[in-house]
Design a protein around this ligand. Structure first.
Ligand SMILES: Nc1ncnc2c1ncn2[C@@H]1O[C@H](COP(=O)(O)OP(=O)(O)OP(=O)(O)O)[C@@H](O)[C@H]1O
Length: 768
């Protein structure tokens, strides 16, 4: 198909751009008249667009784009390109706009957000981190002001008051996690005045594929304080002495570790001859397993770093420290014991929400990213979103070389070093993308030893990373970074001020080298996309070894390949297909995992919905009071008499909410245990989801009735002290502190969950 036709029709399988391209001419024609308007008149023209409902009809859509273009020109000194306006229109129709790196998604997203806001919608622009939320909101503020809509942002440090004020704006920028945590905290509010997040309207998601696909399964968790976890130093010490391969083995895919018979003997001996499998102390085996997981599967500087006396997780997909993340308690404590740091606080999970469920709360969803088509099916399946592929403003001239394949990682690295030395000699800036932080450091050291000075991006904070990555296009610069570090930041040729641009253009522009292919082609493309922005020259290549984890784990038939070439280079084209095949297998596994989690979560979400709806009625509609008037009329009348209507309403609300929340926490723990048990039953070849539903559904039956009955019981026994119902004495306990975290996506899901689950079983739940 001719490029011009494709530009109009869009890619097969994507949304047609035709209705939007048709409007470009009239948008342009309107420009001259709009230029004549004063600022106030332009603001008034924007306000005019608010006199109708969504969706925009074509005439209004054209007017919005024209007004938005003029406002951006005045406020930001950037006149949106046609490609950006196509993106705006696709977003306003509730699609995911695929726009390449550097095409100006921030501005396109802002114009779409303004378009929604002008029509009375409250818009949440979801970023991948706090730094980008703040940067983008501040960057776009002059534009929003000219369009007459209020913008605000939220960060980790924002106080409750600041958050409430921020959500009151028309448009609020927030990271996905901060928004999720606010939603979770609202779920345990006991007074309407404590609520922070308003009803969801529109979610506009930046880096949509990362959020909606890669992080979709990540649960955001709200926990309530109990006591400090017990550090199991003895067990950590014991497993430290075990010999790899003799006492324990790690599965090929690195997801699980088992004791061998020799290992079991060694552990039993060290524990004074107990029989691990029939010991009276049933905590022993899970403790050994947790310590072994922490010891054998979680590596310092790959999965976590130790900083300021704390174990901090590294988010593997982003390669940076995840501030609020921790592993579920047992494993966190085991890693802390392994690293000899103090055990952090432990607690009870009050509620959780997956990123997917968080996004699905919004009746209107849309998003933008450089790589959406590769996950178009998932976006449709999980979010009912279609992809609109927006052609680049200027054609992409980046040269993507074929993979360079080697037999062993050593040969691959030697070849990569030679390549870096050669290219660097000509001054061409190089960005090397690694799989993880440890790899970055190791590679940087080798480059240093070879006299090739480089800058390493290393799980620092987002703002620092942005500053470093912004300079990656400097003449002669070598930057080593994990795939997503510093994302959302433009790499300009010749440095951030482009002072040296011509000289860098002459070298061929930014050269991106991937140190191994990623588990999905999308991640490869995101790395490549760092080069060649806005028609810049650039290049990319991946160095791959057939012993790389991705290939060894997903195409095991590659083992033992005999390579004849002296430097280990493999030229046989079938191997190229093998690499692609291995990547597709990895992608398929991730999709299956996503689907499975989604299916499990669906049922839990339905149950949660029932509880939350009821909770809302208790919180803001005196439902608890009405129920208690029916369930215990005598007490009710007496109390009204004694302390008055308002106080009874307060006590009824607190007591009813307490039992709803208590019940929900317990039910959640039950579901977690159930799910863990199901994995074991799965070995018996039964459908795990059916099994889960078979038990989870009846367990929820009568949930509301039970909470209600318990509330009535407590209400009847409550005493009055100083004219108030003493709900504390009656047994209403709220967690003294709460905190939030994201559960790290871990590579060894089911077995790991089962280990943690077992420990929880044994620890028992703190029921009333
Ligand atoms: N219409 C425009 N005219 C001139 N410059 C523009 C225009 N739109 C955006 N830019 C500039 O292009 C650069 C890239 O914009 P932006 O960071 O929004 O790109 P992006 O698509 O979000 O890239 P990434 O994928 O890296 O997040 C910015 O420096 C921005 O100021």
């Amino acid at each position: 198909m001719a490029e011009s036709v494709r530009r109009i029709l869009g890619k097969p399988g994507s949304v047609s751009l035709q209705p939007y391209t048709k409007l470009l001419k009239s948008i342009e024609e309107r420009e001259e008249a709009l230029r004549e308007l004063g600022d106030a008149e332009l603001t008034a023209a924007a306000a005019e667009l608010g006199n109708a409902e969504l969706p925009y009809d074509p005439a209004d859509l054209a007017e919005l784009c024209a007004v938005g273009r003029e406002a951006a020109r005045r406020a930001l000194d950037e006149r949106p390109f046609d490609a950006q306006l196509l993106g705006v229109m696709a977003l306003l129709d509730g699609n995911v706009a695929e726009m390449a790196t550097g095409e100006g998604k921030t501005l396109a997203g802002a114009l779409a957000a303004a378009g929604f806001a002008l029509r009375g919608q409250r818009v949440h622009v979801l970023s991948v981190n706090d730094y980008l939320a703040r940067r983008d909101a501040e960057w776009m503020r002059p534009l929003y002001e000219l369009l007459g809509v209020a913008v605000s942002w939220i960060g980790q440090e924002s106080t409750t008051e600041e958050r409430r004020a921020a959500y009151a704006a028309d448009i609020t920028y927030a990271s996905v996690s901060e928004l999720g945590f606010d939603v979770l905290r609202d779920r345990i509010a006991t007074d309407v005045s404590e609520l922070v997040v308003p009803e969801p309207n529109v979610a506009l998601i930046d880096e949509a594929d990362s959020v909606l696909v890669d992080e979709a399964r990540v649960p955001l968790v709200l926990a309530g304080a109990a006591e400090a976890a017990e550090s199991d130093a003895a067990m950590a010490e014991l497993v430290r002495r075990l010999r790899p391969r003799t006492d324990y083995v790690v599965d090929d895919d690195g997801r699980n570790a088992h004791l061998t018979d020799a290992g079991i003997d060694a552990v039993e001996k060290a524990l004074d001859g107990v029989d691990l499998y029939s010991a009276e102390d049933t905590t022993l085996l899970p403790r050994v397993n947790l310590a072994l997981h922490a010891h054998a599967l979680l590596q310092r500087d790959v999965h976590y770093v130790v900083r300021d006396g704390q174990v901090r997780l590294i988010n593997e997909s982003r390669g940076r420290i995840a501030l609020l993340q921790r592993w579920p308690d047992g494993l966190q404590a085991a890693v802390e014991a392994k690293e000899h740091v103090a055990a952090s606080e432990t607690g009870e999970i009050l509620d959780s929400i997956t990123v997917q469920a968080l996004v699905l709360r919004y009746p209107t969803r849309c998003g933008m990213t450089g790589t959406a088509m590769a996950v178009a099916e998932q976006l449709r399946e999980f979010y009912e979103l279609e992809v609109a592929v927006i052609p680049p403003n200027k054609p992409n001239i980046r040269v993507d070389d074929e993979d360079r394949l080697y037999a062993t990682p050593e040969e691959k690295e030697d070849a990569l070093l030679d390549e870096v030395a050669e290219v660097h000699a000509g001054g061409r800036p190089i960005l090397i993308g690694t799989q993880d932080v440890a790899e970055s450091e190791r590679l940087a050291k080798r480059l240093g030893n070879a006299g090739l000075e480089c800058v390493v991006l290393n799980a620092k904070n987002d703002a620092d990373e942005a500053d470093v990555i912004a300079e990656a296009g400097t003449y002669g610069r070598i930057t080593v970074s994990t795939q997503m570090a510093g994302r959302g930041t433009d790499i300009r040729l010749g440095g951030s001020d482009m002072a040296d641009r011509d000289r860098v253009v002459e070298t061929g522009g930014l050269y991106v080298i991937g140190y191994g292919r990623y588990p999905s082609s999308r991640l490869d493309d995101q790395l490549r996309g760092r080069a060649g922005r806005q028609g810049d020259p650039g290049g990319s290549v991946f160095y791959v070894s057939v012993e790389d984890d991705l290939i060894a784990n997903n195409a095991p038939e590659t083992r033992g390949y005999d390579v004849s070439s002296a430097d280990g280079a493999i030229t046989d084209p079938t191997w190229r297909r093998t690499v692609d095949h291995a990547q597709r297998v990895a992608e398929g596994q991730l999709l299956e995992l996503h689907r499975n989690t989604w299916r499990y979560n669906q049922l839990v979400d339905v149950q949660r919905g029932v509880v939350m709806e009821h909770r809302r009625a208790v919180l803001s509609d005196d439902q608890g009071k009405r129920q208690l008037a029916v369930d215990c009329p005598a007490t009710y009348e007496e109390l009204i008499e004694e302390v008055g209507e308002e106080e009874v309403a307060r006590a009824a609300r607190l007591i009813t909410l307490y039992h709803l929340d208590r019940g929900w926490t317990d039910h959640n723990a039950f579901l977690a245990d159930l799910r863990e048990g199901i994995h074991l039953r799965f070995l018996g070849r039964r459908n795990p989801l059916d099994e889960f539903n078979r038990d989870a559904v009846p367990a929820f039956k009568g949930f509301l009735d039970e909470a209600r009955a318990r509330a009535a019981e407590m209400f009847t026994e409550a005493k009055v002290v100083d004219g108030r119902v003493d709900v504390d004495a009656a047994g209403v306990r709220r967690p003294s502190t709460t905190w939030t975290y994201m559960v790290q996506e871990h590579p060894f899901s089911t077995d790991f969950e089962s280990v943690v689950g077992k420990l929880k079983n044994i620890g028992g739940r703190t029921g009333d």
